[in-house]
Write a protein that binds this ligand. Structure first.
Ligand code: NZQ
Ligand code: ZN
Length: 385
């Protein structure tokens, strides 16, 4: 186990009906005027927005409300959020939704007081200071953004999707009320399951396989999520399955399953290129295409052999690496996820474009069991065709 630092400051309020504690929690933190941010309308339709407003009112707190964050959130909407929060004199952001709404809130929070443009932070030239606090009411188990240090935005003008990872991105609190995810369409449930699995799987593919504690914790998480995913798909209002997925989502991406490991989320990088090219591609669906190809690439190169074999055996009950990869594909298919780039209408030409984009025309590479430069990224995308 390598040396590590782990900082998980977000206070989690977990359980049935806890979204109605938003007012009490915000009042307890001394907030006077939250900006409630939500997405395309599911929070209105489900009645969540109204419940939260009522809860704030009962706690004697005013609020401003801004809806319209789109999936794969844009820089443009983030700028709008900053301006609105400033106009309304808000002292915190309260995100009602999933990764897209939360990331929009996180990035906006860095800019309300500082007057900076959100994109400047993704360029890593300046660091966030004096950010507004962010609270989350989670409606989809997926990205783990509710406790993670990351936020991702797309600059539609340039077609670049880029993230920022820093402690300042970690929300102050997150309300995890599994019942809020009962209303998810099956496709979004499935995308979430894939993303949760990938956050732990990517860290499992580490170059220092000497961490039995984190290996076993990861294997417990992965096998639980696989089963809970099946249950939630068959029975969307199964509380225990939704609860397992929701907490697993947070645990998968708050740093815990990467503790003491040398790893990188490079399959994620390859997926982000897909959503940058076409924002209609959901993050989890893109990962379902990239991940098996990513594993096939390593198997072909004869690296990560111990990891691939252990994963096949412990997670899928398969004796061989090939069996493990086939079982991964079969599970994603069972969830109704796409299997090829062509399922998104993407072509070999698009794969070449994404390879160049991802590696900045071959000037950037990513450290893994095999250094991933332009040729390697090209090979992985070609395995997705
Ligand atoms: O917009 P609304 O109407 O709310 O609908 C959303 C959206 O269409 C819907 N939805 C969410 N909760 C629902 C619901 N529909 C019915 N009932 C509910 N309870 O689901 C759709 C997808 O929502 P979105 O927030 O886009 O999904 P997700 O949580 O997967 O977030 C994806 C974004 O997060 C980024 C991704 O790249 C992508 O931009 N990520 C963020 C990370 C982070 N900050 O740590 C890590 C991830 O790896 C990822 O990159
Ligand atoms: Zn992800």
């Amino acid at each position: 186990m390598l040396d590590f630092e782990l900082y998980i400051p977000t206070r989690v309020y977990f359980g049935r009906g806890r979204c109605e504690e938003a007012g009490r929690i915000c009042a307890g933190c001394g907030f006077k005027r939250p900006l409630i941010v939500y997405g395309g309308g599911s929070a209105v339709k489900s009645g969540l927005l109204e419940r939260v407003r009522r809860s704030l009112e009962q706690a004697g707190i005013g609020c401003a409300v801004l809806g319209g964050v789109q999936a794969n959130p844009t820089l443009e909407f983030c700028v709008k959020t900053v301006e609105f929060a400033r106009e309304q004199g808000c002292d915190m952001l309260l995100a009602l939704g999933g990764g897209s709404v939360i990331d929009n809130a996180k990035m906006a929070a860095h800019c309300v007081r500082t007057g900076r443009d959100p994109w400047e932070y993704t360029e890593k030239v300046i660091k966030p200071t004096d950010s507004l606090p962010v609270g989350v009411i989670l409606t989809i188990a997926a990205t783990g953004s509710e406790t993670s240090d990351s936020a991702v935005l797309t600059n539609t003008a340039t077609g670049v999707k880029r993230g920022l990872s820093c402690d300042e991105n970690k929300p102050l609190f997150a309300i995890l009320d599994p019942e809020l995810s009962f209303s998810l369409p099956p496709y979004q449930t499935a995308c979430g399951v894939v993303d949760i699995l990938m956050h732990t799987m990517e860290r499992y593919m580490c170059t220092n396989p000497d961490n039995e504690l984190i290996d076993r914790m990861s294997e417990g998480l992965l096998t639980t999520v696989i089963e809970a995913g099946r249950t939630a798909m068959a029975k969307p209002d199964d509380y225990e399955a939704r609860a397992a997925l929701m907490f697993a989502g947070s645990l998968s991406h708050n740093g815990l399953t990467g503790a003491g490991r040398r790893c990188g989320l490079w399959a994620h990088k390859l997926q982000h290129e897909m959503s940058a090219l076409d924002p209609r591609i959901a993050h989890g669906a893109g990962l379902a295409v990239v991940w098996p190809a990513y594993l096939e690439f390593f198997a072909r190169r004869g690296v990560f052999t111990e990891r691939l074999e252990r994963c096949a055996r412990k997670i899928w009950g398969e004796a061989t690496i090939e069996g493990g990869i086939a079982a991964t594909r079969a599970y994603f298919r069972e969830l109704g996820m796409p299997g090829r780039l062509a399922d998104f209408g993407l072509t070999a030409q698009d794969a070449e474009y994404m390879s160049r984009r991802c590696t900045k025309d071959g000037t950037v590479s990513f450290p893994s069991a095999v250094e991933l430069g332009l040729d390697e990224v090209r090979e992985i995308y070609s395995l997705c065709l």
